[in-house]
Design a protein around this ligand. Structure first.
Ligand code: MN3
Length: 224
């Protein structure tokens, strides 16, 4: 199997550095899945999501999923597979959970922007109006689902036909395993908000919608 030259997440592709020396290739072979760089500085979302949270959520949790996944695929038929191929092939369990969490977190970071928040525009706004009646109705439903997503999980906006729908997943589960096309996501595991908001998940969801949600990313995924 040919190693993919880039990591694709949604509409984005993360380039993988060219390898020159044999020692680099050996290192790369042992690290098939890499932790993508954050798309902004670690304090860029402050105060809505602080650098303190990013240091644990990206620097510890996301990194640990990458390390765990590399340990699980090392020496197996999936050692050179893309992240999406691993998710597609994996049965329920540790391999699936770690691979899906790598994908979900990468997609989550892209779902936010220092200049985000507010209502979308263009074709995506029209699809939201068509599917929910209005942006306000979408916001009400997304908030209720994200706040009410019991335990650990994710709340997603996905493409559904010509329109859009909200999907909740538990634990590590990801919509791409089920043939759905995610547009954006919010991580509602406690580790995503507890340092900044403690138990006030509704305040975290409101900050995400008011100040962080990256509609340009969602629109690009919708158009793809
Ligand atoms: Mn998380």
């Amino acid at each position: 199997m040919q190693r993919s030259a880039a990591l694709s997440v949604g509409a984005l592709t993360f380039p993988v550095p060219a390898l020159s020396k044999a020692s680099d290739r050996h290192y790369a072979a042992a690290m098939a899945i890499t932790l993508p760089a954050l798309p902004y500085a670690d304090d860029a979302l402050d105060p809505h999501i602080t650098a303190h949270t990013i240091s644990f959520h990206y620097g510890k949790h996301h990194a640990a999923y990458v390390n765990n996944l590399n340990g699980l695929i090392d020496g197996t038929d999936l050692a050179d597979a893309s992240l999406e191929e691993i998710i597609d092939a994996a049965d329920p369990g540790g391999l699936y959970n770690n691979a899906a969490q790598v994908w979900n977190h990468t997609f989550y970071w892209e779902s936010m922007s220092p200049n985000g928040g507010g209502a979308p525009s263009g074709d995506l706004a029209a699809a939201i109006d068509s599917s929910f009646g209005s942006y306000d109705a979408f916001r009400e439903q997304f908030t209720a689902d994200a706040v009410g997503n019991f335990g650990s999980g994710w709340t997603w906006l996905v493409k559904e036909g010509d329109g859009v729908a909200i999907v909740k997943t538990d634990d590590a589960d990801t919509p791409i395993k089920h043939g759905q096309t995610p547009l954006l996501t919010i991580d509602v595991w406690e580790h995503a908000y507890y340092l900044d908001y403690q138990n006030a998940r509704p305040a975290y969801v409101a900050a995400f919608l008011d100040h962080l949600v990256n509609w340009d990313f969602a629109a690009a995924n919708f158009a793809a």
